[in-house]
Design a protein around this ligand. Structure first.
Ligand code: DX5
Ligand code: ZN
Length: 246
């Protein structure tokens, strides 16, 4: 009996503080921020959708721009983005799915972007577009599609503020999460941490309340969620659930 009590005390004094320390480490390093994707919003009620985001715990609003060339779909451009920036008081996280991003990145910065990201598949050399965004004082982001070799990002991990890992093929909302993205995410997390970089990792596509815990655990800082948020009965509660808050 006495030994059992002793064992209990050892657990309380050594294991509990150890666990708490690990927990703090995760929260400090990986932010668990949510960026709902406007692509899944009701375009007939954009002002109302923006107000919902303003009243939620989401940290950003994700803006998916598609040109019908880089991806088969066309979404929206500058006029919609400007209108949204008038009503939304959260930072706008812009994801460009366009060819020749270097021609347009500055205009997206001027239209009120908090960050501007473009695809590594859309350019021969990402540095010129990265420098244009950086010179505007806006956060830089490099995006990678699921089929592109993840090592293509290696030379740029220290050049950008954020990488956007696609967990569906870019082009459409409402697709299913590609499971192999978890290994790619773990690779990025390790590469960034081992080099002591502060580059954020955002994951985009097919995120929902079921798979979010696994994606956080694999090392994501920011999760994009379109359908899961805007098609939910209670989008505000869903954003909290995605973060792991009940
Ligand atoms: C896909 C877009 C995603 C998409 C996310 O090309 O980049 O941001 O809208 O939508 P869900 O969460 O529905 O996959
Ligand atoms: Zn996106």
């Amino acid at each position: 009996m006495r030994y059992r009590a002793l064992f209990f005390c050892i657990c309380v004094f050594f294991l509990v503080p150890l666990q708490r320390k690990q927990h703090n480490y995760k929260i400090l390093n990986y932010m668990r921020h949510i960026s709902p994707s406007l692509l899944a919003a009701d375009f007939g009620n954009l002002q109302r959708e923006c107000e919902m985001i303003n009243n939620s715990s989401a940290e950003y609003l994700h803006i998916d721009v598609m040109d019908g060339v880089f991806v088969p779909n066309i979404s929206f451009g500058f006029p919609v983005m400007k209108a949204v920036s008038k009503h939304c008081n959260k930072p706008l996280d812009v994801h460009l799915m366009i060819t020749h991003p270097e021609k347009y990145v500055e205009r997206f910065c001027d239209a009120g972007a908090w960050s501007v990201g473009f695809h590594i598949e859309a350019v021969d050399d990402p540095m010129p577009a990265i420098e244009l965004i950086r010179n505007k004082g806006v956060r830089t982001c490099l995006t990678i599609n699921p089929k592109t070799d993840i090592h293509a990002l290696d030379p740029y991990l220290g050049e950008v503020d954020m990488v956007l890992l696609m967990s569906v093929e870019a082009g459409y909302g409402g697709q299913s999460f590609i499971e192999e993205s978890i290994d790619r995410l773990r690779y990025l997390r390790k590469a960034i941490d081992q080099r002591g970089l502060s580059t954020l990792i955002e994951v985009d596509g097919g995120i929902n309340t079921k798979n979010a815990p696994l994606v956080w655990e694999a090392g994501a800082d920011i999760l994009v969620a379109g359908s899961a948020v805007f098609q939910a009965k209670d989008p505000i509660a869903t954003i909290n659930l995605l973060k792991g808050n009940n």
